[in-house]
Design a binder for this molecule. Structure first.
Ligand SMILES: N[C@@H](CCC(=O)N[C@@H](CS)C(=O)NCC(=O)O)C(=O)O
Length: 205
């Protein structure tokens, strides 16, 4: 096995670094500064032609898409730990929340990041900012209801918490944590108190 993650702090590669530590997988993590223009240069495009982060290499095999990568790592290198199988009773919830973290919330969170943090103020569009906030709130309300009275999205910590937990991190770092309800805040504190999160989020170039 020769696994290598190209990691950029704060970005979706954090999901992968977090999963690597949770699963105790032996992988090289090459950490680079998150410099968006560099992701569009030939050296990086040769690794990930979409110019996005993350990218993981398993020998010659390249994989992009953070949620796909963490499932790959669990199923191929950790006996499916933190994943669920079709025969498991919580399989439907598992799939739902794995997808909800990125397909459901990722686009809105990305818009939130752009419209409240990344874009210079003069390039922000107020209607887009409000749209991103409202759609994010809608997603957070769904999670708030599900998490009320629960510690994790499933009965125990799983990859679904890594998928959703990372997006909540984006909501927090863009100073939109006020959109989160009480159950969500407690949940965020719980998942980010984990040792694997601490190790992954401390990675620096
Ligand atoms: N769905 C993809 C999203 C990848 C993505 O949008 N990554 C962002 C960072 S979190 C990125 O590379 N942004 C750079 C850019 O858009 O220029 C995944 O989960 O891997």
């Amino acid at each position: 096995m020769s696994l290598k993650l190209i990691h950029f702090p704060l970005t979706r590669s954090l999901r992968v670094a977090w999963a690597i530590h949770e699963l105790g997988i032996d992988a090289e993590i090459e950490t680079r500064p998150f410099d968006r223009p560099k992701l569009k240069e030939a050296e990086y495009l040769a690794m990930n032609p979409t110019g996005k982060t993350p990218v993981l290499f398993d020998g010659d095999k390249r994989i992009i898409e953070s949620v796909a990568i963490i499932q790959y790592l669990s199923n191929r290198y950790a006996d499916g730990r933190l994943s669920r199988k079709p025969s498991d009773s919580d399989y439907a919830d598992y799939l739902q929340f794995m997808e909800f973290g990125e397909a459901g919330m990722g686009g809105y969170a990305g818009m939130l990041v752009a419209q409240t943090a990344i874009l210079p103020e003069e390039q922000r569009i107020e209607a887009m900012r409000i749209w991103a906030i409202n759609e994010t709130k809608n997603c957070l309300n769904f999670l708030e209801e599900h998490l009320t009275g629960r510690d994790y999205l499933l009965d125990e910590f799983s990859l679904a918490d890594i998928s959703v937990g990372y997006i909540l991190f984006l909501v927090k770092v863009t100073r939109n944590g006020n959109l989160m309800g009480d159950a969500m805040r407690a949940y965020y504190d719980r998942v980010t108190a984990r040792e694997a999160w601490a190790k992954a989020s401390a990675l620096a170039p």
